[in-house]
Design a protein around this ligand. Structure first.
Ligand SMILES: [Zn+2]
Length: 344
């Protein structure tokens, strides 16, 4: 049994039970509750008195560390039965709900899961989305199952940010393994509940959780300016990539997770001229290589790259991280930073 070649830092923890008593057929990703480096994650587990560890840690810059060799049982998920068969991974995250991870961490988690599956002879990573189903499921010889810490202890781990993406993680890893993410056997992967459409602004939302972060901008990469401590109804005056701007001016809240926020109805009559349609225009790309992203922001995944310095039609604009303004390509390929384009 080997360790991942993606590891760039190794500091072995004394906290483990020695060789596993069960073959590896689970991966349990955790949120480490801190934007820690790979070194710092290992540093959490060097003292025997800590009585905790993980197999791998992913630092906030995406670098991967080895804390407990893959052949050994780590002390990570509050479950002997789980940790005997799971590769456990602590991922750098925010310190507060929803324990968001940045894109580098998420991409490294995908790559590490692919590598773990490959070396352990697995062709599919499954997210069954349900504790009872997952823990009772007997994976076929080429299947790996995702489990989460919150099923074994009264914890939020891996945090709602990652929890809501586990279906995506499973399908991305399975795709990279060359398999089909179609459901296996009798199980159907459960998708997280998502708010996908929003009424015309302004509209009301009901906040369902008591600790929802308010951020300076429309993205996890923006700083937290406050937090709702009470559940209430609030007015959203504009929407940007699933984030809603609060009428109060306090900042932006994440709207897409239906377990945090219930979308209400439109409250304002249109004030006439403000609703004029966006007029498409053409731009010439000025950069040698310009990434196309799935959404308006560097926090969205890259779906392609423009290398021809060609002329493209922009059909919508949006604010988002990493650029003054983002433009949506008419082709439907995605969004590009307009900082590297000349308007024609
Ligand atoms: Zn955990």
């Amino acid at each position: 049994m080997s360790n991942s070649s993606l590891v760039s830092y190794t500091k072995l923890s004394p906290n483990h039970s020695g060789a596993r008593t069960h073959s590896i057929d689970r991966i349990t990703p955790h949120c480490v509750v801190g934007q820690l480096s790979a070194e710092s994650i290992c540093g959490c587990f060097t003292s025997p008195s800590r009585e905790a560890s993980c197999n791998y840690g992913i630092g906030t810059d995406g670098r991967i560390a080895l804390c407990v060799e893959e052949k050994n049982r780590s002390w990570c998920s509050s479950s002997n039965a789980n940790d005997q068969r799971a590769v456990t991974i602590e991922c750098a995250s925010d310190t507060t709900h929803p324990y968001a991870m940045n894109n580098k961490v998420y991409q490294s988690l995908i790559n590490l899961c692919v590598d773990i599956c490959k070396r352990n002879g697995k062709k599919k990573l499954l997210w069954l989305g349900d504790k009872t189903k997952s823990l009772n499921y007997s994976p076929k010889s080429d299947e790996m199952v995702i489990t989460v810490h919150r099923w074994f202890a009264n914890k939020a781990c891996p945090g709602d940010w990652l929890y809501s993406r586990l279906g995506d993680l499973a399908s991305q890893v399975t795709a990279k393994l060359g398999g089909s993410s179609a459901s296996s056997g009798t199980t159907t992967p459960t998708q997280p509940s998502t708010n996908t459409s929003f009424p015309k602004t302004p509209f009301t939302v009901q906040v369902l959780v008591s600790d929802l972060n308010i951020r300076k901008g429309a993205g996890m990469n923006y700083g937290v300016t406050g937090k709702y401590t009470g559940k209430g109804v609030f007015t959203i005056t504009s929407v940007n990539n699933g984030w809603g701007k609060l009428k109060s001016g306090a900042g932006w809240i994440y709207l897409e997770n239906a377990s945090y926020v219930k979308i209400g109805s439109s409250t304002g009559a249109s004030s006439g001229s403000t609703s004029s349609a966006f007029k498409a225009y053409t731009v010439k790309v000025t950069a040698d290589a310009l990434n196309i992203r799935k959404g308006a922001g560097t926090n969205y995944g890259i779906s392609g790259t423009i290398r021809d310095k060609g002329v493209y039609t922009i059909v919508a604009e949006s604010n988002g991280s990493g650029a003054t303004k983002w433009g949506k390509l008419k082709s439907g390929a995605g969004w590009i930073s307009l900082d590297y384009c000349k308007k024609l």
